[in-house]
Design a protein around this ligand. Structure first.
Ligand code: G3P
Ligand code: MG
Length: 252
């Protein structure tokens, strides 16, 4: 069975995560899907950034939810990773959907319960004509429930970390999800069989080591999220990183 290789925050092992550079690289190496994280700015634009604060991945400080899009656009989102990436920006969801033609997993990271993120993200995806190539996921069950109420046919996945996987399957049934996105330590053969019996695809994060990849393919995983998509694809062009890119240890 073919295992979908999903670029986690783009090709984030070799490029600054959640930037257009990381997403373009993922497409260039042949990733079948990209994963990205979305949040709302203070003026309610849907932007692509992982942490709740700007500090780690930009030259700004403080909560993402405290800045306007205009303020965010002035920040550098590449120089922290390597000098050659200085000038990369925090993109909007609309910009990413316009820049990459492949399927996209939009992970909703609401700053607080019911901040309206899922409604805004759904609006951006529909406006871009991309609803047919987007999978929405979230750790926030309430966000998935609200999304389902707004969009009966949207492709939804339950994102799951530690708790017993049968609970994830129950939630998936409640929100009519098509897949579970499981943390790799939760992706046991028993969990995969239970998900399969419930008619759910299983995609596993974050898989950077060949041994983990091989184990998960053998267990029947439908997809893996990886920071290094080129490791599990065979058409990756040379020159994965720009000069000055630091070696990066595997992250969860
Ligand atoms: O969507 C899979 C994975 O991205 C979830 O964890 O923290 O990397 O967003 P995180
Ligand atoms: Mg994510």
């Amino acid at each position: 069975m073919r295992c979908l290789v999903i670029a986690h925050r783009g090709a984030s092992g070799t490029h600054p995560e959640n930037t257009i550079a990381a997403f373009r690289r993922a497409v260039d190496v042949g990733a079948g899907m990209i994963e990205l994280d979305v949040q709302l700015t203070r003026d309610r634009h849907v932007v692509v950034i992982h942490d709740a604060t700007l500090d780690r991945t930009t030259d700004g400080r403080g909560p993402v939810s405290a800045v306007t899009l205009a303020e965010l656009r002035r920040l550098d989102a590449g120089g922290w990773f390597a000098p050659g990436f200085a000038g990369e920006r925090v993109p909007t969801l609309a910009e990413v959907l316009a820049a990459v033609p492949v399927p996209v997993n939009v992970e909703l990271k609401p700053a607080r319960d019911d901040d309206g993120l899922e409604r805004c993200a759904l609006g951006e995806v529909e406006e871009a004509g991309a609803i047919g190539r987007v999978v929405f996921s979230s750790f926030a069950a309430a966000a998935l429930e609200r999304l389902r109420a707004e969009a009966p046919s949207a492709d939804v996945a339950v994102l799951w970390e530690h708790d017993p996987v049968p609970h994830a399957i129950l939630l998936a049934e409640r929100v009519n999800a098509r897949a579970l996105h499981l943390r790799k330590d939760a992706a046991t053969p028993a969990a995969l069989s239970a998900a399969r019996a419930a008619g759910l695809a299983v995609r596993v994060w974050t898989v950077n080591a060949q041994a983990d990849f091989d184990r998960l393919v053998a267990a029947g995983a439908d997809g893996v999220f990886t920071d290094f998509p080129e490791r599990f694809l065979h058409n990756a062009p040379a020159g994965a990183a720009r000069a000055g890119t630091p070696p990066r240890t595997d992250l969860d």
